[in-house]
Design a protein around this ligand. Structure first.
Ligand code: KG4
Ligand code: ZN
Length: 347
């Protein structure tokens, strides 16, 4: 039942989640189906690209049917189909885009290619209806760490980016050396609650004065070196203290840089996005920091921070409203640039 609503389907398959959602008027979630492959990749200590593609291939038809069924809409009632075109794993992206093209062709629906990170940012629009561009966004995901000026629904300016590891990547690598398994972020989050965040002073890298870029590899290497030297000395390592101290170093840098970006740009609030935005300590610190600075803060619920179809539908809805369709020429770009987006491919 459509009830005069504008219906968008969002398809996400850039990594290890096969996700399809149906959203009404760009903000109301009608369904949000996520088939996670985490338990499969855990055995290998990280995402295996070919295995991810094969699982997308098997899962996507079921996820698609379930998303329509739960939403209570027919494919005929869908106004446009949004799909992640990059960045991500090439083979995984191909599964989602090939499926989206097939559905768009069969049902004669317009297709909107979406930048995965733009999608993460747009997840904020779902639970924060007052949020409209321009605004400042902090992206903390497995592959990206960005401070971004969202100038419009299809216009993004990167103010700062990581020069080495993304924050989620650093979490996952530190978790691996601590023997916590994949994905490491949630495990460090939980273990850090039992540790002392002041126990070990790991490196905080701020780069040049007023730089909004990030660098986490020195902090990560500091953890690895600490573990090796403690082992060589025959000391018993308190893993909870290591987790808490590593997390504290990372959160301190992220929150200070986000605050500096707010001061430099003059925006009245911060929208946070990406899988690491699930982190309980980061959420608390950013909230506290914004309250103290008299700034607003928007952080999506955890289920909308990790990869999902809702964020792709939200981004696609706004792109479609502004007439940015990709059509069947859509390709995939594993390293798709956020500022240029899909550029000339949009018709
Ligand atoms: O945004 P996302 O789902 O995928 C990318 O676009 O990369 O982010 C996945 C990342 C992983 O590195 C994972 O360890 C991290 O988000 N993550 C967390 C937490 N939950 C997920 N990191 C820290 N604390 C968490 N609670
Ligand atoms: Zn993501």
């Amino acid at each position: 039942m459509k009830d005069g609503k504008h219906i968008t389907m969002g398809i996400e398959s850039s990594c290890d989640e096969t996700a399809i959602a149906v959203v009404a008027d760009g903000r109301e979630i009608l369904s949000n189906v996520i088939s996670s492959q985490i338990s499969i990749h855990t055995q290998y200590g990280g995402v295996v690209p070919e295995i991810a593609s094969r699982h997308h291939l098997n899962n996507i038809p079921h996820v698609f049917s379930q998303s329509l069924e739960e939403a209570g809409v027919t494919l005929d009632e869908v106004d446009e189909i949004g799909v992640t075109a990059g960045p991500g794993l090439a083979g995984a992206l191909l599964m989602g885009t090939a499926f989206a093209k097939a559905v768009a062709m069969a049902a004669d629906k317009p297709l909107v290619g979406v930048h995965h990170i733009q999608g993460h940012i747009m997840a904020n629009l779902i639970e924060h209806p007052d949020l409209k561009p321009p605004f400042l966004a902090l992206v903390v995901s497995g592959g990206h760490t960005h401070l971004v000026e969202v100038r419009g629904y299809n216009e993004f300016k990167i103010l700062g980016a990581t020069r080495d590891d993304a924050v989620g990547e650093a979490y996952d690598k530190v978790a691996r050396v601590l023997g916590l398994g994949y994905p490491g972020g949630p495990k460090i989050d939980a273990l850090a609650k039992e540790g002392d965040k002041k126990a070990i002073e790991f490196k905080r890298v701020y780069l040049e004065r007023d730089s909004l870029d990030f660098s986490f590899s020195g902090t990560k290497t500091g953890v690895i070196n600490y573990l090796h030297s403690e082992e060589q000395r025959g000391h018993q390592v308190n893993r909870a203290d290591v987790a808490a101290s590593f997390q504290e170093a990372v959160i301190e840098v992220i929150s200070n840089k986000a605050l500096r970006a707010l001061e430099m740009t003059g925006y009245d609030g911060l929208a946070v996005a990406g899988g690491v935005a699930c982190n309980s300590a980061l959420r608390a610190r950013l909230t506290q920091m914004c309250e103290k600075a008299g700034k607003k803060i928007d952080i999506p619920s955890p289920i909308l921070c990790t990869d999902n179809g809702v964020m792709i539908a939200a981004a696609a809805y706004h792109k479609a409203q502004e007439g940015h369709f990709t059509g069947l020429r859509l390709d995939v770009w594993p390293g798709l640039n956020m500022e240029t987006g899909l550029g000339k491919l949009e018709v």
